[in-house]
Design a protein around this ligand. Structure first.
Ligand code: GDP
Ligand code: MG
Length: 369
């Protein structure tokens, strides 16, 4: 019996994972994006979404969804993908920097740390992938574009400030996305630090941390002194183990764009988080409304690499245009196919914008009246 992860099925169909989860729920199946469903169920879902699948030509659609199914024995453990969220000034950026500086995998100490929007660190031989763009906007805009690229949310709460409005927002985002949280009680070095207040505040928002006999791990940290960073990484590794995150490295790659820009010297460059399969030099791909052929892959430490497997963030060169954060990348077989799908999507988006444009104008007229 073959199985496929819900996230992967959504990627292959270019549908939002939340819509797929919703459909599954309506069929009576309570699953999350990281769980697998069997082939029969996957086929039902594909049928259900059939009228919405990107229609270039039937043959192309076949090719895009052709490889839907990964056998369970093909799935291998992959690194968790971690997003840091929390109230402004509670130390998200400081924490990401502290972890990166203390634990970068291949960037040499003292070397220039490359910023590509995500980085990997090693924890007892296991890799952890951090998204380097803290903040709710990134999280929600990626989600709204159909990419769910977070397995674990680190909720940063300053011990001298406790729960604030954006803390509550972050909790809501994590819950809506069905992503487990780990609470990092930061600034524990401050004289005014009151970690217990953070824990009791969180209770009011139905986040019951371990110290309050709940199941959400909480770790006291200081991004400034480095205190607790090891424990935080251990907590992440433990949470990751519980999630049993898996992907199939031996297939055509799919992934999500974390950030993209037009580089004067290098042309369009996208940082892609590979979610399934392995992206290789020379691969032909479609990404949102763009397409390309991988000319170079650059790792988070600035090295040129030949392949990037599941949960690896990588800069991709060789695009014909600049995609948007949240766009999904799929490797396809031929350039003609890639171009056709990209053009089809561009046209569809244009049609949609035209339709939306009319509606917006009407709304604006009403609002301004
Ligand atoms: P962000 O808005 O959540 O990204 O917060 P920042 O990382 O920019 O931190 C806000 C301020 O808090 C900065 O001045 C940091 O130096 C300071 N800060 C962050 N973490 C700590 C900490 O663990 N201890 C202390 N004492 N200050 C911290
Ligand atoms: Mg910041």
């Amino acid at each position: 019996p073959d199985a496929i992860m819900v996230q992967e099925l959504a990627n292959r169909m270019a549908e939002r994972v939340s819509d797929v989860v919703k459909s599954l729920m309506q069929m009576g199946m309570m699953v999350t994006q990281n769980q697998t469903i069997d082939q029969d169920t996957a086929e039902l879902i594909v049928e259900e979404f059939g009228h919405k699948i990107v229609r270039v030509s039937d043959a192309d659609v076949e090719d895009v969804i052709d490889q839907v199914v990964d056998s369970p024995e093909d799935l291998k453990p992959r690194a968790p993908i971690i997003t840091v969220m929390g109230h402004v000034d509670h130390g998200k950026t400081s924490l990401l920097d502290a972890i990166r500086n203390a634990r970068v995998v291949s960037g040499e100490a003292g070397g220039i740390t490359q910023h590509i929007g995500a980085y990997q660190v090693e924890q007892n031989g296991d890799l952890l992938t951090f998204l380097d763009t803290p903040g709710h906007a990134a999280f929600t805009s990626m989600r709204s574009r159909g990419a769910q690229v977070t397995d674990i949310v680190i909720l940063v709460v300053a011990a001298d400030d406790a729960v604030m409005p954006q803390t509550i927002e972050a909790i809501a985002h994590a819950k809506a996305a069905n992503v487990p949280m780990i609470v990092a009680i930061n600034k524990i070095d401050r004289p005014a630090a009151d970690p217990q207040k953070v824990r009791t505040d969180l209770l009011q928002h139905e986040v019951i941390v371990e110290q309050m006999s709940g199941e959400v791990q909480d770790v006291e940290v200081s991004a400034t002194t480095g205190q607790g960073l090891d424990q935080l990484l251990e907590a992440i590794a433990l949470q990751s183990e519980i999630l049993e995150l898996k992907a199939n490295p031996n297939r055509a790659a799919s992934g999500a764009v974390i950030e993209a820009q037009l580089d004067v010297g290098r042309g369009p460059v996208a940082t892609v988080l590979v979610q399934n399969g392995t992206l290789k030099l020379g691969d032909i791909f479609v990404v949102g409304e763009q397409w390309g052929k991988v000319r170079a892959l650059i790792s988070d430490s600035g090295e040129r690499i030949k392949t990037a497997g599941p949960s690896t963030p990588v800069e991709v060169l060789g695009l014909n245009g600049t995609p948007e954060a949240g766009d999904v990348l799929n490797v396809v077989e031929t350039e003609a196919q890639a171009r056709e799908i990209a053009e089809y999507r561009a046209q569809a988006a244009k049609d949609k914008r035209a339709a939306l444009g009319a509606a917006t104008t009407l709304e604006q007229l009403m609002a301004n009246a």
